[in-house]
Design a binder for this molecule. Structure first.
Ligand code: 3HC
Length: 334
């Protein structure tokens, strides 16, 4: 069973090096990095490694949770019972991903309350892509195909991340993302085989989402402040630009089979590079969106904070129930 428990099967209760000097611990950590071994929660780790993991894992968790909103909007308007059931399951999966990832972050000595507070007060980032609106049913299909497709491209290498709990969470998440991507592509295929109006709706959605999706991979390598260190630590395995290129290369053929045009006149095969060239992206838009000024930033955050506040009674009831059970167990033991 999947677990983020601090005790791993076969692991001694106390990890070695408990009494070692910081220099010895750093050398042991460096040696583990050099042999590409996993770091587990009970292992010593440099503070900067811990902080960067908390930053990345919690941002990832927040993205999954906020990411429930653009598609959640469409559950009550899905065009058939089948599409509604699929969408419901998918949005629930995203919530589950957020929870595994918060659990993985909690193994790094941070509390869930602090992480959630950072999101709700706007101190923590979440993926730029979820600040764009879902205007038509075709947007739901395009999110599955392109947004989840980009997420898989980014997240498969994270299954090999040096931090054990994050890597293990990513294995399950990637399996579920693969279903998400396929259901989106399937919904779009159905529309492309439908009426002229449906085909136009799909093309219009692809036109709006294509460039924001390419920005999901993060700024160009030259402007990526974290990449050098996170790659040296084996957290990130492939750079932002390389992942973006892999995604473009994989998607062109999928678009052709679907029958849509990717909205970039500069998109063309470069035989010399063995890759597709594409036009420069609007990085000013990217920074504006991640700094809080995208089309839906305020709405997304306000909806999340309201859901948290409306759910306070559930947390209080669960706590009261747990306390009652603890008192009963104590009384029985006495
Ligand atoms: N959206 C918001 N912020 C972004 C971003 C994006 N698309 N891309 C980069 N940034 C931020 C970084 O967080 C960093 O800010 P910080 O230092 O304040 O944290 C800054 O821009 C500079 O970028 P870097 O390239 O230096 O940052 P990273 O090395 O952390 O790379 C990343 C960014 C590729 C997103 C990396 O953090 C990562 O791989 N994260 C894990 C995956 C993830 O979080 N995916 C989010 C989407 S999840 C999802 O899509 C859900 C699915 O169900 C669809």
């Amino acid at each position: 069973m999947y677990t983020q428990s601090l005790d791993l099967p076969g692991q001694p209760a106390e990890r070695p090096l408990a009494d070692a000097s910081v220099a010895d611990r750093q050398s042991a950590f460096d040696a583990r990095m050099a042999e590409d071994a996993k770091i587990e929660p009970m292992d010593w780790m440099p503070d900067a490694y811990r902080k960067t993991l908390v930053r990345q894992i919690s941002q990832h968790a927040h993205s999954e949770i906020i990411g429930m909103q653009p598609e959640g909007n469409w559950i009550s308007r899905a065009p058939s019972l089948k599409r509604k059931a699929i969408l419901l399951a998918k949005v629930q999966d995203e919530g589950g991903h957020g929870l595994y990832l918060y659990s993985a972050a909690e193994t790094l000595d941070v509390s869930r309350d602090d992480l959630v507070d950072a999101l709700h007060t706007g101190r923590a980032k979440y993926s730029s892509i979820f600040n764009y609106p879902t205007l038509t049913w075709a947007d739901v299909g395009v999110i599955g195909w392109l947004v989840d497709g980009a997420a898989i491209m980014n997240q498969i290498p994270l299954c090999r991340c040096s931090y054990g709990p994050y890597a293990r969470a990513m294995i399950r998440i990637c399996k579920e993302e693969s279903f998400h991507q396929r259901q989106g592509y399937d919904a779009l295929l159905a529309m492309m085989r439908g009426t002229e109006a449906q085909r136009a709706m799909v093309q219009e959605a692809v036109d709006r989402w294509w460039f924001p999706v390419l920005m999901m991979f993060g700024p160009p390598d030259a402007a990526s402040t974290n990449s050098t260190q996170t790659m040296a630590w084996g957290i990130k395995r492939i750079s932002n630009d390389d992942l973006r290129q892999k995604f473009v290369d994989a998607t062109v053929e999928q678009a052709r089979i679907l029958g849509v045009t990717l909205p970039d006149p500069g998109l063309q095969w470069n035989a010399e590079r063995g890759h597709y060239d594409y036009s420069p992206l609007d990085w000013e838009e990217f920074w504006r969106v991640i700094n809080g000024d995208g089309p839906c930033n305020r709405e997304r955050l306000a909806t999340r904070v309201k859901a948290h506040e409306d759910g306070a009674w559930v947390r209080e009831a669960a706590l009261a129930h747990a306390e009652k059970r603890a008192r009963r167990t104590q009384a029985k033991a006495a």
